[in-house]
Design a protein around this ligand. Structure first.
Ligand code: DC
Length: 225
């Protein structure tokens, strides 16, 4: 039997990468892996275990603790949810404190190396759609399909704000927008595996597209499997 394809979807925050990847995975009968969740899982661990006196993350301490971190996706009612050392942390990794700190953690070489092989192993069997920032460039440079998603800053901030409001978070639009822009900046400018479009990735700008239209656009590039 030939191996099912691997699809890499990278792009900016709040372009809908994960929710769109999830729909496409369901449509194709593929597994969807949200690699941002792994960076969030490590950040959550650090916020619990590796704070310095100023209550900010002590990166050196975190690096020495990496061998104690076990991250695993488990199927919970048909959805893959993230477990940290046996505990389901799927909700916790979306907390604003995690969002505010994750880019700082994700720019560390030791953290990225720690997650690299895990991500490759997860994709090894094929039939996977993996979303993140460096999937097409570093993690799976030989992916069968690569997409790079973008949308206007204002539109992305609006989407994120609505998402947080729906989740009952108390926040204001400007704070949300600043967090988004600051994450984009750190993610794009970091030395190791920065967020950038792979040369062979298809650019998807969904500023003026609905989620469903974006799904259809991506599906139109895929062969029938
Ligand atoms: O997709 P997200 O917002 O959940 O990602 C959280 C952070 O993790 C984001 O700021 C960048 C980082 N990340 C990364 O550096 N590489 C990936 N493959 C996925 C996420």
């Amino acid at each position: 039997m030939t191996k099912k394809p691997v699809i890499a979807i990278d792009g900016f925050s709040s372009t809908g990468k994960s929710s769109i990847s999830k729909i496409i995975a369901k449509n194709l009968g593929f597994i969807h892996l949200d690699t941002g969740a792994l960076y969030r899982g490590i950040t959550y661990y650090a916020l619990q275990n590796c704070l310095d006196e100023e209550q900010t993350i002590d990166i050196e301490k975190l690096i020495t603790c990496l061998p104690h971190i076990q991250l695993e996706f488990q199927n919970v009612d048909g959805e893959l949810e993230l477990f940290l050392n046996g505990k389901n942390i799927n909700k916790e990794i979306r907390f604003p404190q995690v969002s505010d700190n994750v880019s700082r953690v994700a720019k560390e070489a030791a953290v990225r190396n720690f997650l690299l092989q895990m991500q490759r192993d997860l994709a090894a069997k094929g039939g996977v759609i993996m979303d993140g920032r460096d999937i097409g460039t570093v993690v799976l440079p030989h992916a069968d399909y690569k997409f790079f998603m973008t949308a206007g800053q204002e539109e992305r901030a609006k989407r994120r704000f609505t998402e947080l409001q729906t989740a009952g978070e108390k926040t204001d639009f400007e704070t949300v927008k600043q967090n988004l822009l600051s994450r984009d900046k750190i993610d794009s400018e970091r030395e190791i595996s920065p967020l950038k479009q792979a040369e062979d990735a298809i650019l998807i700008d969904n500023t003026n597209l609905t989620k469903e239209q974006t799904v259809q656009l991506i599906l139109s590039y895929l062969k029938k499997f």
